[in-house]
Design a protein around this ligand. Structure first.
Ligand SMILES: C[S@@+](CC[C@H](N)C(=O)[O-])C[C@H]1O[C@@H](n2cnc3c(N)ncnc32)[C@H](O)[C@@H]1O
Length: 372
């Protein structure tokens, strides 16, 4: 199942290509499988926690070798491995001998497309919140806080091992969308872009690799921006970056052609979002563009987006539902911006582009602490 709707068509294709209405048994089979989908996630989680993909990265291995390396028993491990073969993570090339399949590359430590830490976070800690969905529906508050007595960030901070997984998971998640955003939007006529809440610089890297002429301002909290420096330096693009630490509720540096705000604004209510958007608007001046990049809510949103919206309800106490295009139009309007277009990307993220409506009141050239 890709990130699509799962609504049943109400008909079943028969062996000769014709269609017939679904029977009661068809419906039961479908519901049986939907109810058991959590098992797929748990097989992937366990394979990740055991490091199966990393073991197979060096070359194929027998079930017995994998069992020895993971301190598991060969007989039950074989049951997991055959399920993983069906899921597409490994491939049983000869009896009881397994190789890594293409999908398994996402479980590798440090691969370009790794989701290893995201899997460890989601299929363990977030998964544990779902039995308390009725609590969140009744109270409108976080199941995570209900279970742990504190917000996720505070909880994670107290557990260094989990904090490391969390940080890496956020980078993996971020990387998944960076190149698709850069591929979907034409930055060729742009000189200076600011990534607001740019984290450790993953988006800046994607931009700079694709557009050698660009300069990118990465703006984030001072302690976060410090972590961006080694990341960008190691990848040889630091000389085209300005790393600026500050608070986007206070002000932003000015003089940029494009302000990009990716996956930041859904963390904030409308009043806070308007403050950030106002600072972005001043930063881009009269002729610049504001790009908000994230998922958009709508009745037509995919199941993936709707499920992640529910996940947010469970995890974050102050979460709001994912904003729709119309929500953005109204927020832009209140900021003196016109929503010009919504650009799809090859992931679920969309780029909402805003341009000035006029009535521009001047750019800020603020004395931020510039780290580089
Ligand atoms: C969900 S992360 C998104 C990071 C990045 N844009 C991405 O897509 O991966 C939100 C970012 O906003 C930053 N942030 C939160 N509050 C901030 C503030 N008051 N001023 C500047 N940055 C802030 C966080 O440090 C974090 O890097």
């Amino acid at each position: 199942m890709m990130a699509t709707k799962m609504k049943l068509p109400g008909v079943v294709e028969t062996a000769n290509g014709a269609e017939r209405p679904m029977t009661r048994t068809d419906l039961q089979k479908e519901m049986f499988w939907l109810t058991n989908i959590y098992t797929v996630s748990q097989c992937i989680f366990t394979a990740t926690a055991l490091g199966i993909a990393d073991l197979l990265a060096e070359g194929g291995k027998s079930c017995d070798e994998l069992a020895a390396a993971t301190e598991t028993q060969s007989v039950p491990l074989y049951r997991l491995l055959t399920a993983l073969d069906d899921i597409g993570v490994v491939r049983e090339t000869t009896p009881r001998f397994f190789e890594l399949a293409p999908l398994g590359s996402c479980l590798l430590t440090g691969s370009d497309n790794s989701l290893r830490n995201y899997i460890l976070l989601t299929a363990d800690h977030y998964y544990a919140c779902w039995p308390d969905l009725p609590f969140s529906l009744r109270t409108g508050t976080s199941a995570f806080v209900h279970q742990h007595g504190k917000e996720q960030y505070a909880y994670v901070k107290e557990r260094p091992e989990l904090a490391a997984i969390f940080d890496r998971a956020m980078i993996e998640l971020s990387n998944m969308h960076n190149d698709p955003i850069v591929n979907a939007y034409d930055f060729s006529g742009v000189e200076r872009v600011m990534d607001v809440g740019g984290g450790q610089g993953g988006m800046a890297l994607s931009l700079l690799r694709r557009y050698p002429h660009l300069r990118v301002v990465v703006f984030d909290q001072p302690h976060v921006i410090e972590r961006a420096r080694p990341f960008l330096e190691q990848r040889g693009v630091l000389d085209r970056c300005e790393l600026v630490g500050g608070d986007f509720f206070e002000e932003l540096p000015g003089g940029v052609d494009v302000c990009l705000v990716k996956n930041v604004l859904n963390d904030w209510d409308d009043a806070q979002t308007l403050t950030i958007l106002g600072h972005c608007r001043r930063a881009i001046g009269a002729d610049g563009r504001l790009l908000v990049a994230q998922r958009l809510g709508s009745a037509a949103a995919t199941l993936e987006t709707k499920i992640l919206d529910m996940n947010k309800l469970l995890i974050r106490s102050a979460s709001r539902s994912i904003r729709t295009e119309e929500d953005w139009r109204q927020l832009f309007d209140k900021t003196g911006l016109r929503l010009q277009r919504v650009i799809p990307t090859e992931t679920e993220y969309k780029i909402v582009e805003g341009v000035s409506k006029g009535n521009y009141s001047g750019a800020t050239h603020s004395p931020h602490r510039v780290c580089v």
